[in-house]
Structure formats: structure tokens, C-alpha cells
Design a protein. Structure first.
Length: 69
């Protein structure tokens, strides 16, 4: 059974994945940082991962749009 902090991190991860998807953005390697889950960190880290240039542009545009709105 996952620790409560891992469950919370997974919930935030899914919320981030859904928010990105709402802008047509997929980060294939988005996930929990394994060492932070297995270690004694107070909360797991979310690894945003790698993306190609098109995804980076789309992410930047979505962030600019959100900041302007």
C-alpha cells in the first residue's frame, strides 16, 4: 500500500498531466522521481522529463496564455 505522501504526489501528477493534456501537451516521461519515492524525502519529486522542441514551444505558449489570462 502506497504511503500517503506518495498517493498525494500521484494525485498532483495526474492533475498536472490532465492540465497539460487540456492544452494538447504530452510529456511522455512525466512521472514520479523513483529515488524520491523510495528514499526518506518528505514528499516525492515529480520529474517533468524530456520533450522535443514542438512540445517545448507548446508548453511555453500555454504558460504565457495562462499568465496573460
Amino acid at each position: 500500500m502506497p504511503q500517503p505522501h506518495v498517493q498525494e504526489a500521484e494525485a498532483h501528477l495526474e492533475a498536472l498531466r490532465a492540465a497539460l493534456a487540456a492544452h494538447g501537451i504530452t510529456l511522455p516521461s512525466l512521472g514520479l522521481e523513483a529515488p524520491s519515492v523510495a528514499g526518506s524525502y518528505t514528499a516525492p519529486l515529480i520529474a517533468l522529463g524530456n520533450c522535443n522542441l514542438d512540445t517545448a514551444r507548446a508548453l511555453a505558449a500555454a504558460l504565457r496564455e495562462g499568465a496573460a489570462g
